[in-house]
Design a protein around this ligand. Structure first.
Ligand SMILES: NC(=O)c1ccc[n+]([C@@H]2O[C@H](COP(=O)([O-])OP(=O)(O)OC[C@H]3O[C@@H](n4cnc5c(N)ncnc54)[C@H](OP(=O)(O)O)[C@@H]3O)[C@@H](O)[C@H]2O)c1
Length: 390
């Protein structure tokens, strides 16, 4: 009962006293109660008020802040609550690196695990960020070795993150040596590749393995680390996914845009495609015969892999209604992935309308951090929801 009264008193003070004046009446009351058995009520009121940073500043600046377990516990809890933690795969360059930078810039309390399949490339990317803004980024970004095509690498990476969250690093733990879980706010599945020769069965399979199965593998390994009530997953997709779907037979289109699609149906489609890719005949001809005319070369296979990512996004969001899970097309972006197009088109990427990696990262950072209305949706680079099949 006291807790309820206390809640109303503090809430009243908050309404009548702006955060900058919290040092007056509320301060005295809370200061008195901080070392009392009602410290927990203080914590809950403070958390409710969502003024976490103001509270942390106030507790720290108080001349009478005693180094008591209560004080440390409250401070640790507030800090933990105010921290946001992210994992971004394929983040050592291109759009992924800009997603990391965007997260660090958008939220000064963000801690980002910068995923890279190559440890040295990951460290170099972290170093490049620190050289750009050491004062702000220092202690908030860390390289994470993760090859999404390798199940043991993905599991190892999730274990590394779990340990870091529990040990009090990256804003985890509670600062008082008391173990309490800290969670990831968002996983951004960004790693991806464009196949060089998708007409060979191995080229085809490796594109599906990195772009689609890599997303599934990583998601399954990191799901238990996500904040259960508000965690997010953002999948870097492509407009070539819906373009692929639009070229398929009506039956295939119905499946690939079905809001009730199951994981078993997605897996069956993948297995069927891999079997067709291994059969004799031209890539285009054998897939067209199966109602999958969208497969007309490397871009078509890449489009299939992103259509599968979109289907998985729909399925996963339906099965995890407390999470926010979306996919997005970053736009046509100048990166190492699109560099070969210059040669084939005989024009520069800029002449073809390519944007910068920072512009590509915008929709993905938005889906990971901003207020987002839906889940299981596919977004275009203009932040608008878009169709799964054109
Ligand atoms: N650029 C565009 O116009 C565009 C358009 C639509 C969608 N996308 C998507 O955006 C995402 C980022 O692409 P990007 O344009 O930034 O290309 P990028 O510069 O080539 O970056 C791709 C990233 O994915 C990583 N990667 C590749 N295979 C991996 C694996 N098995 N495990 C872990 N990481 C792996 C790469 O690591 P390494 O450096 O080690 O190779 C690199 O960090 C991709 O999902 C892509 O499909 C791009």
């Amino acid at each position: 009962m006291f807790g309820l009264w206390f809640f109303f008193i503090i809430h009243g003070l908050q309404i009548f006293a702006p955060p900058s004046t919290l040092g007056t009446p509320a301060t005295h009351l809370i200061f008195h109660l901080r070392s009392s058995p009602h410290a927990h009520s203080v914590l809950h009121a403070a958390l409710f008020l969502q003024k976490r940073r103001a509270w942390i500043r106030w507790i720290r600046s108080s001349p009478r802040s005693p180094e008591t377990p209560h004080y440390l516990w409250i401070l640790g809890r507030l800090q933990r609550e105010s921290m946001s933690r992210f994992v971004v795969t394929g983040a050592n360059k291109g759009i992924g690196l800009e997603i990391v930078k965007g997260l660090l810039e958008t939220n000064k309390n963000a801690f980002v695990f910068l995923g890279s399949r190559d440890a040295a490339r990951g460290q170099n990317a972290v170093q490049s960020l620190l050289e750009q803004n050491s004062e702000s980024y220092s202690g908030r970004v860390e390289a994470l070795e993760i090859d999404v095509s390798d199940a043991s690498s993905v599991l190892q990476a999730s274990e590394t993150v779990r340990t870091r969250l529990q040990s009090g690093g990256c804003g985890g733990g509670d600062g008082a040596g008391v173990s309490s879980p800290a969670y990831l706010d968002a996983l951004i599945n960004n790693a991806g590749m464009m196949p060089e020769d998708a007409s060979s069965p191995t080229g085809f399979a490796s594109c599906i393995d990195v772009n689609f199965r890599g997303v599934v593998r990583t998601t399954e390994a990191f799901l238990p680390l996500l904040e259960p009530w508000k965690g997010r997953i953002v999948n870097t997709s492509s407009t070539l996914g819906p373009s692929f779907v639009a070229k398929c037979s009506p039956e295939r289109q119905a499946l690939m845009t079905d809001p009730d699609v199951t994981h078993a149906q997605i897996t069956r489609l993948v297995d069927e495609c891999l079997a067709i890719a291994s059969a004799d005949g031209s890539l285009r001809g054998k897939f067209a015969a199966a109602g999958l005319s969208g497969i007309d070369g490397n871009m078509g296979v890449y489009g299939l892999s992103k259509a599968l990512v979109n289907m998985y996004t729909v399925q996963l969001a339906r099965e995890h209604p407390s999470l926010t899970i979306n996919a997005a097309h970053p736009g046509f972006i100048k990166t190492d992935m699109t560099a070969p197009f210059e040669q084939s088109a005989g024009r520069t990427l800029e002449e073809m309308g390519a944007k910068t990696p920072a512009e590509g990262a915008r929709v993905l950072v938005h889906l990971a951090t901003a207020k987002v209305r839906g889940s299981g949706w596919y977004f275009d680079s203009d932040l608008q929801r878009s169709s799964l099949g054109r």
